[in-house]
Every structure is written in C-alpha cells, then in structure tokens.
Write a protein that binds this ligand. Structure first.
Ligand SMILES: [Ca+2]
Ligand SMILES: [Ca+2]
Ligand SMILES: [Ca+2]
Ligand SMILES: [Ca+2]
Length: 543
C-alpha cells in the first residue's frame, strides 16, 4: 500500500473497495515520473494478481524514445517488476543482473511509443508483503537496455518442428532451451504439447507476472510417456513464454511443439451453463416471539436468490423461504420438491442464514462434543441429524450446503458422500457474527453471493470451480482480520470459516457463468463492497 501523500492514500483505499476480480473499474493508479522515488508497502489489503501476488500499480506517462532506469528495492520480500504499455510492450524483471545476491529488480527501458505505461510492483512469490522503494531515474550513460527474452512468435493453432542443439540457449541448470512467445487474452484455455521420440521433453510456461507452470511427463492416449503437456487457463492478458527444454542437461534432439485452443478438461467439458442451480434458500430475521430478531439474514437469502436469477443460473424449481415461511414443514416440502427436480446436470444449493444453536445430547460418534447443532427455523429448531436425510434425498451433479449461523461447523457431517461440498461460517463450537458493515446478515452469505456472481472466477474462464470459490471466500474472510467469536460458555476465540470439499475436486465446476459482457451477468454484479474498517463494537452482534 502506498503512503506517499494524501492523494495516493485515497486511491489505495479506493482500490481496496474492489474485489480482486474487478480491477477494471479501479481509479487510475498514481503517477511515477523520471527523477521520482516512491516508498510503499505491499500488504494484504492490496489488489491481488490472479496468481495471488499482491501488487501496487503506478502509471508512467512516456514518450517514444524516453530512457528510464526503474529500480525496485525491498528487504522483506523478493521484488518483481512488471511494465506493460502501448503496442504490447511487456518487460519484467525478477532479480537485477547488476545487484549481486540481492533479489531487487531493475529495468532499463527505452520506450517504443508515446503513451501510459503500467508499472506493477509485485513479488516473486504469491502472498509476499512488506515495504519497498521504487525509483525512476535517467539511466547511466551506456547502460544496456533491457530486452525481452529472445523468443520466436508462435500462433494459436500452430505446430512447430524444432531441434535442441549445440549453440542454443541453456537454462541455468544446463538444459538446452528454445523459447516461443504468444499473446493471450484472460480466460483463454490453451493446451501446449511438447513431444519427441528422441528426448525426454520438459515444458515450461511463464505467465506475464513471472509465475511459471511446468510439466515433465504426461499420459498420451492413456499411456505413460516422457512427453510434456500443459493444459491451463490463462488468467491475464499479456505475453506468455513457452520454454521447450529437456529433463536432463546437455541433451539435444528434435521435438514438436503445438499450441492449441484446449477442448477443456474432462471434469468440466460436460457441465452445462444456464438455469442449472436448484436452490433452496432460507433466511430468517424475524423469529416472532421465539427468540431475538437478526438484521439482514432474510435479505441474505433473498439477495442470493436475486443474484442467481439475474445471472441466469436459477432453476425454476428453486425456492426461497424467509421469516414466517421458513417452517420445518415448508422446509421438508421444499426439499421433496427439489429432490424431484434436481437432475444429473444440476447443482443443488441449500443455503441458510439465521440463528444457530446447540443442544445437549449423549456424546458419541455423530456428536463428539455431546452437542447437536441446530438451524433455528421460524417455528422450531432443526438439528443436523434431522437435516441430514432431507439433504441426502436431493441428488444432482453436485450438492452444496452453505450455513451462515452460529455453530455452523456442526453441519460438516452432512458432507458424507461424493459430490457434496459444505461451507460453514464458523467452527462447531463458535458463534458467527452479523456482517453489519456489508449490510448483510453474515460474511459468508455476502462473500458467497459475490463469488457465485463471478467474482470468484479467478482465471476468467466463466467457470467458478470449487477451488476458486473456496479460495475466494477464504481470501475475503482473511481481509476482515480477526472476527471475534465465543463459545456457548462465552470463552473467547475467533470466527474461522470451515470449508469441507469432501470428494469434490478443486477443478469441479460449481457454476458455469454466461459469457462475459452479457446483460444478465451485469445485472448480477454485486453492490460495490465498502472496505473502510469500522470498530468491532459496531459489529458485535452474534447470531
Ligand atoms: Ca526479485
Ligand atoms: Ca518428460
Ligand atoms: Ca456437535
Ligand atoms: Ca474459473
């Protein structure tokens, strides 16, 4: 985060307001110019690149022919500098060549065109934080201009027959390497294959922010082979570099490299988009005479319903039950209806936001703690043991259980068969807080809604996977800092999100979103998130 004066501080605060997935609406980054140095800090409140690296961005207004020496120094993290600009300009540096053992970064640039250049201060590894200093100066006379690594262009859909031979570049570890470059758009899925009948191939893909994918051996037609393949979604616009190399050093020989649009991976190909979410959404704020009311927990269910419908995801058999509608009888009927409707192409989503409680039972297999957890419906409590058979009656492609209530973790035992995933707002013995500052009943409700509407789609392929959703919700929780929670006996602790994926794979599809830019997706966009910290006391209501 930047701390070089008021205007920048405001911009940094505004940038926080955006979920990491929607930086396109961010205000313009602060400027940096030749002769200027800025001190800043990468922090968990910064925007995150797709890879999970934090970044601070500056704009450099450049003229064709300008020469600029950019230095990024940091002692708490391994600095990484990425500059992009007009005409596909793209230069990055990890460790400056003239800096010895230091991990500081440097670029000496000669700008090819007039225009705004984007200078991104980030780290070599995801998640690193700490203070830094970025300096822009006139290069020393005779300083070598940084050039992108030499790489042949390769087009999508092209195959290249090449040969690793004496005289080729080598990796630091001694393997010969040929490099190829291509430009991609965020969200594209590509398949890169490197094969040879002479050499044990090794394939590297370097992303625009310096992160790298690697593959040594892959199966070919179901048989093990020494050939290599990377099938991946490209999460950022920009220049990607493929390195075709070998497993062992000093090996030469012919190879074939193919860059193609990927048909997708098996566990995603058959999953349909559209109105495939059979949702049973329950939110209770008003408990009549039974117990205290809760703010916004009914709205949690209502807004999730509206968001799924706006995104074109909501199956017509879906049901919303709020307040006095949320009775045990209505819930059982709604489950029966969902069970009849949800087919093998559908995601079944059960969502509850309201009070949760615990009742004493004999300690044993199902309740090691001697307490059964309950959902507090409008008319009565429902224990995890009572909910389990209802939930189990619904079959679909995948079932998702989301409980935003005190002691929600007690419902994790319902994740007991394949293709079931659970998200619980707190551990089994701890309370969950009302998310006042988001005007939401619960944090989980709020983050789930934004995530399913598309914010969780980290790689931009219009699929929200189980892994993406888990990571998104966890990251959003982490930004809240420590949220106070207590046990039933008022022992103090913190609200820790619990996610049980059971047998659900990280790449399994939760929802397939409509194509980017369509109006239904725009209608489903969540309200902007306000991130100004508020005192915990405003937020202390528990559920
Ligand atoms: Ca570095
Ligand atoms: Ca290999
Ligand atoms: Ca329990
Ligand atoms: Ca995705």
């Amino acid at each position: 985060m930047v701390r070089v004066g008021l205007s920048m501080a405001l911009i940094a605060a505004a940038a926080l307001a955006l979920p990491s997935a929607s930086a396109q609406n961010a205000p313009p980054p602060p400027p940096i110019a030749i002769g200027q140095a800025v001190s800043g800090e990468l922090s968990p409140n910064d925007a995150q690149r797709r890879s999970g690296k934090y970044e601070d961005v500056y704009t450099l207004a450049g003229r064709r022919g300008d020469r600029i020496d950019l230095r990024l120094a940091a002692s708490d993290f391994d600095a990484y500098l990425v500059v992009t600009g007009p005409g596909g300009f793209n230069l990055s540096n990890d460790d400056a060549q003239d800096a010895g053992d230091s991990t500081d970064s440097a670029l000496v640039m000669q700008l090819p065109a007039d225009g705004d250049y984007r200078v991104a201060v980030t780290s070599f590894r995801p998640g690193e934080t700490g203070p830094y200093r970025l300096q822009a100066s006139v290069p020393a006379a005779g300083a070598a201009i940084s050039a992108p690594e030499r790489a042949e262009p390769i087009a999508l859909g092209a195959s290249v027959d090449g040969r690793l031979q004496d005289g080729d570049s080598r990796l630091a570890s001694g393997e010969y390497v040929d490099r190829y470059r291509f430009t991609a758009r965020r969200g594209q899925r590509v398949r890169i294959e490197l094969s040879s009948d002479k050499i044990d191939t090794y394939l590297l893909l370097r992303r625009p922010d310096g992160t790298q994918d690697a593959n040594d051996d892959t199966e070919v037609d179901g048989e093990p082979s020494l050939n290599s393949r990377i099938d991946t979604v490209l999460a950022e616009d920009g220049d990607y570099v493929i390195a075709a190399t070998t497993y062992q050093p000093n090996v030469t020989g012919a190879y074939r490299l193919t860059l193609a649009q990927s048909p997708g991976i098996a566990r995603q190909i058959g999953v349909q988009g559209g109105a495939r979410v059979v949702a049973l959404l329950v939110g209770v704020s008003d408990y009549g005479e039974r117990t205290s009311a809760l703010p916004n927990t009914d709205a949690d269910a209502r807004e999730l319903y509206a968001s799924l419908r706006g995104a074109g995801l909501l199956h017509p058999a879906s049901r919303l039950l709020t307040n006095e509608e949320a009775t045990t009888k209505n819930l059982a009927e709604a489950f029966a209806r969902a069970a009849a409707a949800a087919g093998p192409d559908d995601l079944f989503l059960f969502f509850f936001s309201g009070h949760g409680d615990q009742v004493d039972v004999a300690p044993g297999g199902a309740e090691l703690d001697g307490r059964a957890e309950t959902l507090e419906l409008y008319d009565a409590a429902m224990t995890d043991a009572q909910l389990a058979p209802l939930f189990a009656s619904v079959r679909g492609r995948m079932s998702m259980l989301v409980i935003d209530a005190c002691y929600a973790g007690g419902f994790r035992s319902l994740v007991d068969r394949p293709n079931v995933m659970g998200l619980f707002s707190s551990e089994e013995d701890l309370t969950s807080l009302v998310a006042s500052r988001f005007k939401a009943g619960g944090f989980l409700s709020y983050f789930l809604r934004a995530g399913l509407a598309g914010d969780a789609d980290a790689d931009g392929d219009r699929i929200v996977t189980a892994g993406e959703l888990s990571t998104y919700v966890r990251r959003r929780f982490r930004r809240e800092g420590d949220i106070p929670a207590t046990t039933r006996e008022d022992d103090r602790n913190f609200q820790n999100l619990l996610i049980e994926r059971g047998g659900v794979h990280v790449d399994d599809v939760v929802v397939r979103l409509a194509a980017a830019g369509t109006s239904v997706a725009a209608a489903a966009a969540p309200a902007p998130v306000r991130m100004q910290p508020v005192p915990v006391s405003e937020n202390k209501r528990r559920r």
